[in-house]
Design a protein around this ligand. Structure first.
Ligand code: AMP
Length: 453
């Protein structure tokens, strides 16, 4: 895909919402009912965010919405509040469906629905892969008000769970809608759209949105209102973005150098494959860093475990594939490192959006090797600025290479062992911190003596 091919705000037949959002308004001013205003208050949401100011009133009027908002902008509240309010007005089971591309996002969204809706007795269920289908079927049999799902597992249930259907659905939300509407989920989304009523409200939310009308038409929006907090792709002002241009073979050493230079911060490091995520986590742990992996080849329990440990600050480095690049709300990420440059420029925006959230400042550093120059240029083109180089002392990096080479060797060995174990147990769960921990103990005394970089 050429850079910028899908660039820009969603286009189509929608009317632009012209509302200027200058003065701070209250949730009540937006038309939110008292009991939900109280729920916001209890969450510490004193005033609505910009996207909430734009989207909530039009959603409450019963319009379809295309919400374009930066990550961390409060977009979940922007669609959850109107849905909860409509539910209060006409209570009904299996009322709303929220589709998200990743399992972690589904849990995050469900937490917000529950927090906002607990006082009105809202029941939600998360339907995602990697979790026992039987307990999900039981939860669906209880007919929750809101289902938050990844498309694949939902289709499974629509096809196989007796008595479950979405024929009375009133609201469909696609969060990270451009991902949901792209090819990856094409078959699943088509199946879902066929079995839900056309007569429903549809909300599409994303920080980046396709402008391909064809794709948007699939979501069958009816005369939608576009609510754009920033119509051009933007990265937040408090984010300092850097790149480093380095030879591919020294990537690990540069990574270790940067982690040492910025010690005391919490990091998200993005890798392009599950294997490299796992390898790099092993490498860093061998060097004494508290690093934890999160990728698609881990069991769902382990994925949530990793995320929770990182969220609770029990680990300072989360290594992840793009499974974690979108929407995750972890307020304390100080630095995002693109260890492997993203192949789709838009993923850059999502990845760096994991830091500098909610008014905090943050840094991002993108590794650019001799093979990545073109991809990097596309990113600069997309964000509309030239990035400065992150200052480094090359000699200090070179002093690390020997210790890094040793840790690489051990990591490779551990990775091989894990692969063999996995094959012999035919089990997916050996991708964990525990597994890494065990191996580190085996690598043992040697590691302990080594100074934690
Ligand atoms: P989201 O963009 O939906 O992922 O939300 C990002 C974070 O902002 C979440 O932790 C929400 O709890 C929080 N949030 C949402 N709306 C508000 C608000 N009006 N005031 C303060 N925080 C909010």
């Amino acid at each position: 895909m050429a850079a910028g091919e899908e660039e820009g705000a969603a286009a189509g037949t929608e009317t632009e919402s012209e509302a200027a959002v200058e003065e701070l308004r209250s949730f009540k001013d937006l038309g939110v009912t008292d009991v939900l205003c109280e729920a916001c208050d209890q969450l510490g949401w004193k005033v609505p965010t910009k996207i909430q100011v734009e989207a909530i009133p039009v959603a409450l009027q019963g319009r379809d919405v295309i919400g374009l908002a930066e990550t961390g902008s409060g977009k979940t509240g922007a669609f959850a509040l109107p849905i909860l309010q409509a539910l209060l007005e006409t209570p009904q089971r299996l009322f709303a469906l929220v589709l998200t591309p990743t399992r972690e996002l589904a849990f995050q969204i469900s937490e917000q629905f529950e927090a906002l809706g607990s006082s009105i007795g809202v029941q939600t269920t998360v339907i995602v892969g990697g979790i026992d289908t039987m307990s999900q079927s039981l939860a669906l049999a209880k007919k929750p008000h809101v289902i938050i799902a990844t498309p694949g597992r939902l289709v499974d249930h629509l096809e196989n769970t007796k008595g479950f259907n979405l024929r009375a659905l009133k609201f469909l939300v696609m969060d990270e809608a451009d991902r949901i509407l792209n090819m990856d989920f094409e078959t699943e989304v088509d199946k879902i759209l066929k079995v839900i009523p056309r007569d429903r409200k549809t909300f599409l939310f994303s920080a980046t949105m396709t402008k391909k009308v064809q794709k948007l038409q699939r979501a069958a929006l009816k005369n939608p209102v576009k609510c754009a907090v920033s119509s051009k792709y933007q990265t937040v002002e408090k984010l300092q973005q850097y790149y480093i241009f380095i030879p591919s073979k020294f990537k690990d050493s540069y990574l270790v150098y940067i982690l040492n230079e910025l010690a005391g911060n919490s990091f998200m490091i993005f890798c392009s494959t599950c294997n490299n995520t796992q390898r790099t986590a092993l490498l860093l742990r061998n060097l004494g860093f508290t690093a934890i992996p999160l990728h698609g080849q881990m069991s769902q329990n382990k994925r949530l475990g990793s995320l929770n440990k990182f969220k609770a600050k029990a680990r300072s480095i989360l290594l992840a594939t793009d499974v974690a690049s979108r929407g995750l709300d972890i307020p304390h990420v100080d630095v995002v490192i693109n260890f492997d440059i993203p192949t789709h420029s838009k993923d850059y925006i999502h990845r760096v959006g994991r830091t500098a959230r909610a008014g905090r400042s943050g840094k991002s550093i993108t590794f650019v090797t001799q093979y990545d120059v073109e991809l990097f240029q596309r990113i600069e083109h997309l964000i509309g600025k030239k990035l400065p180089a992150f200052p480094m002392q090359e000699e200090e990096v070179m002093m690390l290479t020997e210790r890094v080479a040793e840790a690489q060797r051990i990591a490779r060995m551990e990775l091989r062992e894990q692969g063999e174990k996995k094959r012999s147990r035919n089990d997916n769960d050996d991708d964990t911190e525990e597994a890494i921990g065990v191996r580190n103990k085996v690598a043992g005394g040697k590691k302990k003596k080594r100074k934690a970089f």
